[in-house]
Design a binder for this molecule. Structure first.
Ligand SMILES: Cc1cc2nc3c(=O)[nH]c(=O)nc-3n(C[C@H](O)[C@H](O)[C@H](O)COP(=O)(O)OP(=O)(O)OC[C@H]3O[C@@H](n4cnc5c(N)ncnc54)[C@H](O)[C@@H]3O)c2cc1C
Length: 478
């Protein structure tokens, strides 16, 4: 938490300096609606001013998308509520391939949801697993308060199953293990969807002052949100969608399959893959282009000729008309279901069928329901207000219309990948111990999907993964 915040402050300061120097023009509260592609190359974007509703075009020699991940497709996630996938999804619709969408990271240490009113989940820092011990009651349905459950009736299941790594196993393993315990009826808290993260031993060992020094800010945040004091009672945690390893396919220059459309950070698929499970997005950032423009962007601009284009160009006008038409259509439906109710249902389907564990049956079920949900959305969503002013229902409806399509692609990708790998656990592909089993003979490739039209079949392109210096090996934390 502290590291990320310091990085953000550094990045904001660097950006502000460039704005002040006149090198960067800032358009706050402005959302990209579509990518302008002329003669097969990205030549700008269409954007909407979220305060006035005004639609504008920005013509350029190249476009760099840095619009983050798509965790919010699941409705509940640790992402900021405004994080969305519209920019990359619209670029995908224009021809940019979308790679490995089913690789999503589920973080084990989040505060469990407390009810249906919730629209966001809170992440507790990973660092808590350094000193906190994770456990559940041994007996399913044990409703005693944690201090009434003696040691003999507790199962410190990560320490038991993974003695070498204990509470520090990678995120996907810790998350799935928590789900397994809850599935066995040993979960704690509302709905039995939680496990304990207990600092009693750490306090005994290090003293409360030392624990406060290390984790005080996190304990305070937990206390404020749950009304429970983690110095006195164990925290309750449960996994939540946190980070997306899939994204727009890019080459080593961070260029998508649309020439001139570059994609950086969590918005691309890049090298996140299976590696990302135990690593840090921000550390990878140095190699992966977080905060910095792709080095090859200058070469691209220098080595191409760009015809003069303005808003009257037929492709620009057509892209504006399409983006505007979509908003007008959303406003005109005037149905009876709220945007959030569609988003919530989408999220529940994805969480149940394309979340911590995916099965062929579940994915087929999801792929049966999702097209119906999409059609129902376009028939009966209610978006009040107008497009000519601040209208958050319209903003959300626009984003959810993309999430509905992206959700389908997630399931298509998960269904086709008949192995467990990189944040994707197929129940049919596990070792006898219940661990993820890869199938490198059939699936050692990045799955790059080409848009197949709304409701159409996406087209799969396989980019083989080649390893010259290391050999693929099955993970084993037991
Ligand atoms: C709670 C939390 C804690 C995390 N902690 C860590 C950590 O400790 N270590 C670590 O390595 N990683 C961490 N991560 C992950 C890491 O923060 C993200 O992967 C990283 O910030 C992504 O950076 P980005 O610049 O690619 O995208 P983002 O930071 O998501 O920025 C994308 C920006 O694009 C904007 N945007 C989106 N769509 C549009 C559009 N259509 N038009 C205009 N703008 C748009 C968004 O509003 C946002 O400002 C954490 C993530 C979360 C949510």
């Amino acid at each position: 938490g502290q590291t990320g915040q310091q990085l953000l402050i550094g990045a904001y300061q660097a950006l502000s300096r460039q704005i002040d120097a006149g090198n960067v023009e800032m358009h706050a509260r402005t959302e990209m609606l579509d990518l302008i592609v002329i003669d097969g190359r990205a030549r700008g974007i269409v954007a909407r001013d979220l305060i006035t509703g005004q639609i504008s075009t920005y013509i350029a020699d190249a476009v760099v998308l840095a619009t983050g991940g798509y965790g919010n497709v699941f409705y509940l996630s640790t992402n900021a509520k405004n994080s969305n996938a519209s920019a990359i999804w619209r670029a995908h619709r224009r021809g940019a391939y979308f790679a490995n969408p089913c690789y999503t990271q589920i973080h084990p240490t989040c505060i469990p949801r407390s009810g249906d009113h919730q629209s966001k989940l809170t992440l507790m820092s990973e660092s808590l697993r350094n000193d906190g011990r994770i456990w559940v009651p041994k007996n399913p349905g044990d409703t005693r308060s944690p201090d009434q459950i003696p040691e003999a009736d507790r199962d410190y299941y990560l320490e038991r199953i993974y003695p070498g790594f204990g509470n520090l196993v990678p995120r996907d393993i810790a998350s799935r293990a928590a789900k397994n315990q809850c599935d066995l009826g040993r979960g704690v808290g509302p709905g039995g969807l939680g496990v304990y993260l207990d600092f009693a031993d750490a306090i005994k060992r290090m003293g409360e002052a030392a624990v406060r020094e290390k984790y005080g800010n996190l304990f305070e945040m937990y206390d404020r949100i749950t009304g429970e004091d983690p110095y006195k009672v164990p925290m309750r945690i449960y996994p939540a969608i946190h980070y997306t390893m899939g994204g727009l396919w890019v080459d080593y220059d961070l260029q998508s399959t649309i020439p001139g459309c570059f994609v950086i950070g969590e918005a691309n698929f890049s090298d996140h893959g299976a590696n990302r499970l135990g690593a840090s997005a921000l550390m990878q950032g140095l190699a992966d282009g977080y905060f910095v423009l792709p080095p090859m962007l200058g070469n691209y601009i220098a080595s191409n000729k760009f015809d003069k284009v303005d808003a009257s160009h037929p492709e620009v006008a057509a892209t504006v008309a399409e983006a505007t038409g979509r908003l007008d259509r959303l406003l005109s439906i005037d149905g009876e279901r709220t945007v959030d109710s569609f988003h919530r249902e989408l999220g529940e389907i994805l969480w149940d069928e394309c979340g911590m564990a995916r099965s062929e049956d579940g994915l087929r079920k999801a792929l049966g329901r999702l097209p119906e949900l999409r059609e129902e959305f376009w028939r009966s969503v209610k978006v009040p207000g107008s497009g000519a002013s601040l209208n958050q229902s319209l903003e959300r409806a626009n984003r959810v219309s993309d999430f509905l399509e992206l959700g389908e692609l997630l399931c298509v990708d998960a269904l086709h990948r008949e192995e467990s790998c990189g944040g994707h656990f197929r129940v049919e592909s596990q070792t006898p111990d219940g661990e993820a089993r890869r199938d490198d003979d059939r699936f050692a490739y990045a799955a790059a999907w080409e848009f197949g039209g709304t409701g159409g079949t996406p087209i799969l392109h396989r980019e083989p993964l080649e390893f010259d210096y290391v050999h693929l090996a099955q993970r084993n934390y037991a």
